[in-house]
Structures are given as C-alpha cells and as structure tokens.
Write a protein that binds this ligand. Structure first.
Ligand SMILES: Cc1cc2nc3c(=O)[nH]c(=O)nc-3n(C[C@H](O)[C@H](O)[C@H](O)COP(=O)(O)OP(=O)(O)OC[C@H]3O[C@@H](n4cnc5c(N)ncnc54)[C@H](O)[C@@H]3O)c2cc1C
Length: 507
C-alpha cells in the first residue's frame, strides 16, 4: 500500500488528495495522512468562515479543485440551490467557497475505500520530514509518524508582515482574518489605518463598511497602488503565449528573455483585437490612483477589457512556466515592479471597486502613500508619517513584502530538509522544485521522487502560486508523478514495506 503524507490541510491539499484518488486505482491503493493542526481544515486561511462581504476575487467557475472538471464548484453550488453564486459574473463569499472545498475533500474521503484506500487527518504540526532507509518520517514536537513513500508539502503562506514592528501595541491588529472576529472590537467612530492597499486591504474596507463603520479609513502604503478591476471572464485558447512555445524558445536560445515573452503576449493581444496602448498605459500607472480606479471600473463594467482578461487567463495557463524559464536578470527586473505585477494580475471584483470608489468620493476613505513610519502614541493610537501625516486609533496589517518569507509553521520543516540535503532554498524565496513535476530539488541537483511541493512554498520557482486553477493543475501533475513512480516501483518489484524505526535528523 502506497503511503502518502500531505503536510498542510488547506485548498492545495484538497486538490492533491482529489487528484491522487483520481489517478490511483485498485492496483495501487493509497493510505493518505493529512497533517493539519489548525481550525480551518480544507478551507485554509483564505476560505475560512467569515462575513458574506468577504468575496472570492474570481467567480466560482474559476475555483474548481479539479483541473479536469472546470465546472465542479459551479455544479456543487447548483446542487445546493445556490444558483445566484454559480453565475459566471458573480463573486461568491469566500466562506461559501470554503464549504465547497470541505465537500470536495469529503467526497474523496468517501470514495477512497472503494479502491482499498483511506485518508486520515492528523491534527498536528510537522516540524521535520526525515529520510531514513529511503522512506520518509514526519516528526513533531514529541511524536513521529511514518514511514511514508511520498510527501507533498503545502503549508500555505505567511500572515501579513509587520514592517513597523507594531505587534503587541494596543489597537494594532496583526492577523486580520477572520474579519468578523478581528473587527468586532473596532469602535464604529474609530480612525482606522490599514497597512497595505492590495486585496487584503480591500477586504478590510469592505468588512468595515458592512459593519457600518463611520470613522475615517486610510490606506497606508509605500506606493498607494490599488488592485486593478476584473472584467468578465472569457474562454480564450492561446496560440502564441503557450508552454510549448516558451519551451521551444528556451531550448533554442538556452534561455528565455523577457522580450521573448512580451513578443508572444503582443501577438496574442493582436489576435484578440486588444489595444496594446491601454495595456502600456496601465503598466505605466501615469493616471492618479482614484481616476485609474474609475477608468478601470468603467472598462470592466462595459466589458471593454479584452486585453487584460485574455492576458490573465493566459498567465494561469503558462505564467509559472514563463517565470521558471526566464533568465535571472529578467526575473530581477520583473521583481522590481512586483507591486504593479500583483495589482494587474490579481484584480478585485467590480462590486468591491464600485464600493471603494463610493467611499473615496464621500471622503471616508483616503490614500496615504509614501509611508515612512508608523509609531504608537503613548496612551493609545498611532502616528503615521507619510505623504500626509495622519493620527489613527487602530492599525490593521494587510501588507505582504515583495521578498516573501516562509510561513512560520513551514520554516522548521524546510530547514530540516535543507540540513539533510533534500531541499535547497530558492534565491527568490521558498524551495527549488523541478518545473514539470514540482519535485523538490536536492543539494545534488536531483529532482527527488519522494518529495513534492505545492503553493506558496514554491513562489520563488513559479511566482504565480495563488489561485485555484494554478493549484489544481499542479496538484494533478504531482498526483500523476506519484502514480507513475509507484507503478514503476511495483513493476521493478521493490521489496514490500517492512518495519522501520524513525531515523534521527543530522545535526
Ligand atoms: C486573503 C486571501 C484571499 C484569497 N482569495 C483567493 C480567491 O478568491 N481565489 C483564489 O483562487 N485564491 C485566493 N487566494 C489565494 C489562496 O491563498 C490560494 O488559492 C489557496 O487558498 C492556498 O491554499 P493552500 O492550501 O496552499 O494554503 P493555506 O490555505 O494557507 O493552507 C495551508 C495549511 O497548511 C497548514 N500548515 C502550515 N504549516 C504546517 C505544518 N508544518 N504542519 C501541518 N500543517 C501545516 C496551515 O495550518 C494551513 O491550514 C487568496 C489568498 C488570500 C491570502
């Protein structure tokens, strides 16, 4: 029986176990152990229970856990009688998407026994994965489990950063989610500063508005950029900007230049009849922020955004490979515009954009760019030094640094893998993985057949590690790889499992 450990029980794990159940058969039954210590099994951080106003940033049709069935989530919504959330132009509450993930995992658990397989959840934090006699052991503070034939690491990302070292200060909220809990103590008249102006900041503004917040709200950030506004989804089959094309260029030239990617994108935009001048203008960010919000909302609502809609779709299909193959100098150039890239690639729902605009226009919401410092004031409150100085009562964290750190719960296991030579840190963050299989790359430069990684922990290698379509597609590749390895081992007649003792970690 194949023994598989999945470290982390969020949406990535849902995709992995579903894909493994799909590929493994009666001949290769599997015993899956999912390690998840937190309260949000299968929903993870982003899709935990929260208010109805906390929306997914894509419609349900882009939230399927199954890469082979795009309408899986939509069909679940319809079966629940939730037709209003199944439409292609509606952005469902994130907690409801979380319920779909719970359903999808439950479906896998129920289906596994038919192939002699099983899944169990171990509610513990894995501190280390240790290799001994060619198999893996998961180790926690005072326990050890295994041996496992394969492990998939999907521990998610870190909480918002605290660049102004405010943790512990009265009135500072470091972990905003669930907003229904974190905002409960914020008085309706309080002056609120939100550190960041991306999607998390937008969620916080929406949640404050839903609570009928009356006090002023300042979006405090260095660049003052807001997420772009998502237009209607369109099915687009790329002809130029495709993985085979990127692979061919990289093979021919020995590397992939940014200019190659831009040329392919231009060809794609040309075919779609999109105006490249609009794209160039958006990238240049010349217009004032609120004006840009107004323009982008107008374009999204009037469905005049074929360029970005098409580019974003195309990036889901080939963005990870494009980033992986890009030469390092160009990666550095792209990372220098990280906030712009994120703003354009991860747009907000138009309904949120319209609400933001309304709040800007009434004056309740303001931008506070070029922030230099945020300091607690003795007594209570904070002094924000920025383009304009502001005094607020409450500060809420909502920023992510361009150089992402590992999630605190993920760091020890990565350190342990690195110390055994089983993993290598990626210079742009996370761990190195093989492009097509997501196997960890060892110190000797070998793609390790027993270790895979999915999600935020691969952000240095893939850059685009968020969004269900990307996670579900990679999960399917991982499941195929594990299945192929297992069948190969069975054919080669590797000895059956035997009693083993947990090895110790090299010091
Ligand atoms: C605020 C926010 C909103 C988002 N909205 C969307 C959206 O609308 N649509 C979309 O497609 N994507 C969205 N995303 C991206 C989203 O993060 C991913 O789509 C997806 O939720 C990531 O799932 P995950 O399982 O990789 O990580 P997580 O959801 O973070 O889950 C990881 C799990 O691993 C566990 N874990 C960590 N370390 C260990 C350990 N050592 N041992 C055991 N368990 C461990 C954690 O407890 C956690 O439950 C959003 C992200 C954020 C932050």
């Amino acid at each position: 029986m194949l023994k598989l450990a999945v470290v982390g029980g969020g949406p990535s794990a849902v995709c992995v176990v579903d894909a493994v159940a799909r590929h493994l058969t009666h001949d290769t039954p599997v015993e899956i152990t999912v390690f998840e210590p937190g309260p949000n099994l299968w929903q993870g951080q982003a899709f935990q229970s929260d208010g109805d106003e906390v929306l997914a940033n894509v419609p349900m049709v882009a939230m399927s856990a199954r890469t082979w069935d795009r309408r899986d989530g939509v069909n679940w919504m319809l079966e629940q009688g939730l037709d209003e959330f199944a439409a292609d132009d509606v952005f469902p509450p994130r907690w409801l998407v979380g319920r779909y993930f719970q359903y999808a995992a439950g479906r896998t658990v129920a289906a596994l026994p038919a192939t002699g397989s099983a899944l169990r959840v171990q509610p513990q934090t894995v501190r280390a994965l240790v290799m001994g006699e060619n198999r893996l052991w998961a180790r926690g503070d005072d326990w050890s489990a295994g041996p496992f034939d394969h492990a998939v690491l999907c521990p998610g990302g870190p909480p918002p950063s605290d660049p102004y070292r405010l943790t512990g200060a009265a009135g500072y909220i470091h972990v905003p989610y669930p907003l229904s809990r974190s905002l409960a103590e914020v008085p309706a008249q309080a002056k609120v500063g939100i550190v960041g102006s991306g999607l998390t900041a937008v969620d916080i503004v929406m949640a404050l508005h839903a609570r009928d917040h009356q006090g002023p709200i300042a979006l405090v950030s260095r660049n003052g950029l807001l997420p772009a506004v998502r237009g209607p989804l369109k099915q687009h089959d790329p002809l130029h900007l495709t993985v085979p094309r990127l692979e061919a260029i990289a093979a021919e030239k020995g590397e992939l230049d940014l200019t190659d990617v831009i040329a392919l994108a231009r060809a794609e935009l040309g075919d779609a009849g999109a105006d490249t001048a609009v794209i160039a203008e958006d990238v240049a960010e010349a217009a004032p922020v609120v004006q840009r919000l107004r323009d982008e909302l107008d374009r999204a609502v009037r469905d005049r955004d074929p360029g970005w809609t098409m580019l974003r779709d195309t990036l889901v299909a080939c963005g990870q490979d494009a980033w992986y193959l890009l030469r390092d100098e160009d990666k550095v150039r792209v990372r220098a515009r990280h906030q712009t890239l994120m703003r354009l690639c991860c747009p907000m729902p138009p309904v949120n954009a319209a609400r933001l605009l309304e709040l800007f226009e009434t004056g309740q919401l303001g931008l506070c760019p070029e922030v230099q410092s945020i300091k607690p004031i003795s007594g209570r409150g904070f002094h924000i030094q920025a383009a304009r100085d502001v005094i607020v009562d409450v500060v809420i964290a909502a920023s992510t640094p361009a150089k992402r750190q590992l999630a605190p719960a993920a760091a020890p296991q990565v350190t342990a893998l690195v110390s055994q030579g089983l993993a290598v840190p990626h210079p742009f963050g996370g761990v190195r993985v093989d492009r097509t299989t997501s196997r960890l790359i060892s110190r000797r430069g070998v793609a390790h057949k027993r270790l895979h990684a999915l999600g935020d922990i691969t952000h240095g290698a893939y850059l685009f590690t968020f969004g269900l379509p990307v996670l579900a597609a990679r999960a399917d590749c991982i499941a195929r790889d594990i299945t192929a390895t297992t069948q190969h081992v069975q054919r080669a007649g590797e000895p059956a499992e035997r009693d083993q003792h947990a090895p110790t970690l090299p010091s």
